[in-house]
Design a protein around this ligand. Structure first.
Ligand code: NAI
Ligand code: MG
Length: 354
């Protein structure tokens, strides 16, 4: 099997963690009869400097033609002027839109040896292994009308929470499938006591549930879900929710694991290359020092193997190698250790077993 990957290292520690993850991909490919080819492009601040835009058309087209895209991070103090007409994050937004990805998947696992890093007590964290699926294309961030309007000398600001049935159907369908491939539980988070769009989500989810008899569907109001994420996080398997609720809950869930540097993500659509990236930013405070934690990007590569290449065996091998490295005490500085990015990557490579 041949797969073509576009690498978008971006800014700050992005290039450091992407080159670490590429070493893992190459090692897995060598074991699984997989031939990988790569091309590398600019995105974010480095693209603004070199090309005057945070994402060039050439780069977007290369991503659209690829089998998968691996991104590091974008942004940094150099491009932080809020008044600037172009900003690094515009590259990310344009990429997500150009790829048509509508589901952002953020798995959160708590590693037994890292419970000290979490703000929650160890007994709460036992068995936390959840996946938040956030809708990316609809809701308050895009609904129309949107804007400021002057009426009778007063200013009115409007955002509209809007969803079409097809937008809800495609992400719920994916979420039921994900729940089926995991522990068989799907939690729809909404605000159906107040919002009409939430009532449509609930209706479609309830109808769809009959097509997935192995999956148990529960519906939870977003305020209750926010509490349960810290009071009983291990009770969740797959959580699916609309764009803004997902934005908030994914950050809340990320804190459970205790380190941003560990967490991967995938953004998926239908018949479009998946986009894989760690959830952390460009970490300008440690960029260029070779000490960034590569595990969030390495685990993103595991998600690529699983969701874009259907290589579950490769995905598991990477995840287990990460688990073993952590269990055996390998730590970068953000986790209280002293390993460099390259040494942590070596530790994972040494533990890859098929
Ligand atoms: P950040 O995630 O870059 O850093 C927050 C803290 O976590 C820093 O102390 C950093 O050193 C540490 N950290 C993050 N990733 C790490 C890793 N892999 N290993 C070790 N330590 C790590 O978030 P911050 O500081 O808010 O943003 C910095 C820049 O990144 C900004 O320009 C921001 O706009 C951008 N950003 C980009 C994102 C993306 O590309 N998806 C996401 C979030 C922020
Ligand atoms: Mg956020």
């Amino acid at each position: 099997m041949h797969k073509h990957i576009v690498l978008l290292p971006g800014d700050g520690i992005g290039p450091e963690v992407v080159s670490a993850a590429k070493r893992i991909l190459d090692a897995v490919a060598g074991r699984l009869n997989l031939t990988l080819t790569y091309e590398e492009h600019l995105i974010g601040g480095c693209a603004m400097d070199a090309q005057g835009t945070a994402l060039s058309q050439d780069t977007l087209h290369a991503c659209q033609r690829a089998d998968a895209v691996l991104l590091g991070a974008v942004g940094g103090p150099k491009w932080d002027d809020p008044a600037a007409p172009v900003r690094p994050e515009q590259g990310l937004l344009a990429l997500r839109k150009g790829l048509g990805v509508f589901a952002n998947l953020r798995p959160v696992r708590v590693y037994p040896t890292l419970v000290d890093a979490s703000p929650l007590r160890a007994e709460k964290l036992q068995g936390v292994d959840l996946l938040v699926v956030r809708e990316l294309t609809g809701g308050l961030y895009f609904g129309q009308p949107k804007g400021r309007f002057e009426e009778n000398g007063r200013v009115r600001a409007v955002d509209t929470l809007e969803y079409w049935d097809y937008e809800i159907e495609r992400i719920l369908d994916l979420s039921f499938q994900l729940a089926q491939s995991r522990r068989g539980k799907l939690t729809l988070v909404d605000k159906a006591n107040v919002l009409e769009s939430s009532r449509l989500w609930r209706q479609i989810a309830t109808d769809m549930a009959s097509r997935y008899p192995q999956v148990t569907l529960e519906t939870v109001l977003v305020d209750t879900a926010a509490m349960r994420l810290v009071s009983q996080p291990a009770a969740f398997d797959v959580i699916v929710t609309e764009n803004m609720f997902g934005d908030i809950l994914t950050d809340e869930a990320a804190v459970l694991s205790g380190s941003m540097g560990l967490l991967p993500s995938a953004s998926l659509g239908k018949a479009t290359p998946g986009l894989y990236e760690p959830i952390h930013g460009s970490a300008p405070d440690i960029a260029g020092q070779g000490i960034a934690n590569p595990l969030g990007t390495i685990l993103s590569v595991a998600m690529m193997l699983r969701y874009s290449f259907q290589l579950e065996q490769g995905a598991r091998a990477v995840e287990q190698a990460v688990e073993r490295a952590l269990a055996e005490g390998c730590r970068t500085r953000d986790l209280g250790g002293s390993l460099t990015t390259a040494e942590m990557t070596d530790a994972v490579l040494q533990r890859l077993a098929f």
